[in-house]
Design a protein around this ligand. Structure first.
Ligand SMILES: [Zn+2]
Length: 457
């Protein structure tokens, strides 16, 4: 154990070996149906030797709201420690997610509700819950801290690329943290600095709501037409601190402002491609190219609704169905023929949407590689944060199948290793290096007189 730890430290310090880990390859199980046995064995070995990193996992919400323990294997959801190990998921950024209801004043959320795939949007906002964004983020962080303290031999909270690599080499799951929803800092650059001290290493500038400094892609009407003056300071301060700027969830105008402002590579922690599925949460080919040129990385989201336009269309009727089903259940006697007829009628009008196959996810990964380049693509599953993942990617244990599919599609072992985790570790290192360079710059500070002024472009 001691020798292994020493070796892990050497790997971490060398800064060279981030594409591979020292973890032992578990015995290869029989090839799944339809998989060619020799290629499956090759994929299995590559997958378990590679460093596999996911940049967006929402298990933190389960931990905080349901008291979920990642220790034992769960029968539901997507991720826990046993399934992460089995699937070779070495490291993940856990989402310090702050639901837009904690922000409090965005009417547009309800206006968009009927077509949303996000059930949160349908939930009435709790009175008194507004403006509790920073506290909610702190409680999320504590949930992950408690989890790591409960399982110290299996999981370690990490705050740097070196710590990530060393933790994985020592055989433990590396957990990192990214804020989802820039309203978590409540418009306060001081809170941004403190969240960095607590270990936050990326932040999506928005979630589904516009906030004090940036516009989201979700509400149709912009508030700032991108970033405002405070937004520019937030991006600059994230660069200075070494917090990766995450453009998942932002509007196209915010994206353009971020690319003009940032001095470090940016990430898109969990988005798919708009060319393959026309959803505003997805990114265009031009954005992919821009992130490639900026040295950043785009991590593909596994959410069925972001991968497959047909699935998204079928799902869009489900909100209406839920409302009509509730009305029927309220109006008709339980266990009555009338209710049974009404429900059968709803089933016929709103047939369940079949899940897209794993091939659909692979299509997005391949196109991203083709457009951004093999050094700028990764995996940001949104596991435990989305209602549907593709058939064949049911939870973290299915990850080796993605490695197989990428090899089967003709990608080199080197490219597959980068996509599985090498790229995001490289980006994290680049952001850390930039922060070292910028660290002596004066910290950005709030100025109530100008912060909410629009940018002159
Ligand atoms: Zn998200």
């Amino acid at each position: 154990m001691l020798a292994r730890q020493l070796l892990a430290t050497m790997v971490a310090c060398s800064g060279l070996s981030f594409a591979t880990t020292l973890a032992q390859t578990p015995p290869c199980p029989e090839a799944p149906k339809g998989h060619e046995p020799a290629l499956w064995q090759k994929a299995w070995a590559l997958h378990h030797q590679a460093l596999v990193v996911d940049t967006h996992i929402d298990t933190t919400t389960r931990i905080l709201d349901q008291g979920f323990d990642m220790g034992p294997r769960a029968a539901d959801g997507h991720v826990d420690l046993p399934r992460a190990k089995e699937g070779g998921l070495d490291a993940a950024f856990y989402s310090i997610y702050v639901d837009s209801r904690f922000y409090g004043d965005e009417q547009a959320l309800f206006a968009n509700a009927p077509t949303s795939i996000n059930d949160d949007w349908l939930r009435p906002r709790e009175p008194g819950a507004a403006n509790g964004s920073a506290r909610r983020a702190l409680m999320m962080i504590d949930g992950l801290v408690r989890t790591a303290e409960r399982h110290p031999l299996r999981m370690t909270l990490c705050t740097s690329a070196d710590e990530l690599v060393a933790t994985v080499a020592a055989g433990r799951h590396a957990a990192l943290m990214g804020i989802e929803g820039g309203h978590a800092i409540e418009g306060d650059l001081g809170l941004l600095r403190l969240f960095h001290r607590l270990g936050i290493r990326y932040m999506t500038l928005t979630h589904t709501n516009h906030n004090e400094f940036a516009d989201s892609c979700a509400p149709a009407d912009p508030r700032w037409r991108g970033l405002n003056k405070l937004g520019v300071k937030v991006v600059r301060e994230m660069n200075r601190l070494g917090v990766m700027v995450d453009v998942s969830h932002v509007s196209d105008a915010t994206f353009a402002d971020v690319m003009r402002t940032t001095r470090a590579p940016v990430i898109c922690s969990h988005s798919s491609l708009r060319a393959l599925c026309a959803h505003p949460r997805n990114i265009t080919d031009d954005m992919l190219k821009a992130i490639g040129q900026n040295g950043g990385a785009v991590m593909i989201n596994y959410n069925c609704g972001f991968l497959d336009g047909d699935y998204a269309k079928a799902r869009s009727g489900e909100a209406t169905r839920r409302i009509q089903e509730k009305a029927a259940r309220d109006a008709l006697a339980a266990d009555s023929d009338e209710l049974r007829r009404a429900l059968a009628n709803l089933d016929a009008r709103f047939p369940p949407a079949p899940r897209p196959p794993l091939a659909k996810l692979v299509e997005h990964v391949l196109r991203a590689i083709a457009i951004a380049g093999p050094d700028h693509v990764g995996l940001g599953s949104d596991f435990d944060g989305v209602p549907c993942v593709p058939e064949g990617m049911d939870d973290a244990t299915f990850l080796p199948r993605l490695t197989y599919a990428l090899l089967a599609a003709g990608q080199s072992e080197a490219t597959v290793g980068k996509v599985l985790g090498g790229n995001i570790v490289r980006v994290l290192r680049a952001v850390e290096a930039k922060a070292l360079e910028l660290r002596r710059d004066a910290p950005e500070c709030n100025d109530g007189r100008v912060d909410s002024e629009p940018l002159v472009r």
